[in-house]
Design a protein around this ligand. Structure first.
Ligand code: NAD
Length: 285
């Protein structure tokens, strides 16, 4: 039987509707409107699209969006000064710095400058540490969206074999940690993993976060597995593709996410969710 397709667009839409309702209740009860500041340095077209989409999503859900579009020549000092200003701004409850940053700026220093209380992407070392401890405040948006998508299948993650392909700080490692906290038995594969296909074949849950189109092929996937494709790759013909060979894997998997329309929309919904949760914490103070 072909895989059921996990419609990230529909799932994200229903989440965003719920967020919009909560935003309006929060504003009525406390006068606090969740504010998200997005900072983009440079003119990378893909990053510009991401930032614009995040702004539109904020507006639709009733959040207050602030966009800071800075030229490539922006110095690290100027960027850090802006972050400090936003850290102190009571209208702002979430700050995101769109990556990648230009090479003359040290990303680590910039991410560490964001207040851990406003770190909507969950990249600050304090939030990374809390995630590892199992007591997270901000969970990185894409991994949070991935778990939400698995939950939407009704599968109980506890006790399942999960294989994450990719070990980046923004996707692979945190998604592995979240699965571990949900009591999955987790293996993280990467570019030096030996006999990767045989490891992936054992998985009840496969998360592909590599950045290589069609990397996960049908013969790597166990019949009925849940396959979540995080990859976004631009092909020579201009089309987008994930890391999974969708057409063939769908004949083996139990559940499968498409690209586009899978994890991508969930990432934005989780960013709104993180900002809302942050605003609620500020409103309580
Ligand atoms: P990254 O480049 O930081 O990490 C890629 C990982 O893949 C590395 O850990 C590397 O070890 C592993 N890898 C590379 N080649 C491999 C191979 N041959 N075999 C096994 N592992 C291999 O990438 P990232 O930031 O984690 O992003 C991964 C993909 O997910 C990209 O396509 C990116 O565009 C996409 N992405 C999507 C979203 C979303 O919202 N949908 C968010 C973030 C990233």
């Amino acid at each position: 039987m072909p895989a059921k397709i996990l419609d990230g667009k529909a799932l994200a839409l229903s989440l965003r509707e719920g967020i919009a309702r909560e935003v309006s209740v929060l504003a009525q009860n406390t006068g606090v409107k969740p504010g998200l500041a997005a900072i983009l340095v440079g003119d990378d077209p893909a990053s510009a699209v991401y930032v614009r989409n995040k702004k539109i999503a904020c507006e639709k859900a009733g959040l207050y969006p602030e966009e800071h579009l800075l030229p490539t020549s922006t110095s690290q000092e100027t960027l850090l000064a802006l972050i400090h200003q936003l850290n102190a701004d009571s209208k702002i409850h979430g700050i995101l710095v769109q990556l990648p940053l230009p090479s003359h700026i040290e990303s680590k220093a910039v991410l560490q400058a964001v207040s851990p209380e406003k770190d909507a992407d969950g990249f600050h070392p304090v939030n990374v540490g809390r995630l590892v401890e199992g007591d997270p405040v901000f969970v990185p948006c894409t991994p949070k969206g991935v778990i939400h998508m698995i939950d939407s299948t009704g599968l109980d993650i506890s006790g399942k074999r999960a294989v994450v392909i990719g070990r980046s700080n923004i996707v692979g490692k945190p998604v592995g940690m979240l699965l571990l906290h949900r009591h999955a038995t987790v293996t993280i594969c990467h570019s030096r993993t030996k006999d990767l296909p045989s490891i992936v074949r054992e998985a009840d849950i496969v998360i592909a976060a590599i950045g290589k189109p069609f990397f996960v092929t049908a013969n790597m996937v166990k019949q009925g597995a849940v396959v979540i494709d995080v990859g976004i790759n631009r092909l020579d013909n201009g089309k987008l593709a994930g890391d999974v060979d969708f057409e063939h894997v769908k004949e083996h998997a139990g559940w499968l996410t498409p690209v586009p329309g899978g994890v991508g929309p969930m990432t934005i919904a989780m960013l709104l969710q993180n900002t809302l949760e942050s605003a609620k914490r500020f409103a309580k103070q």
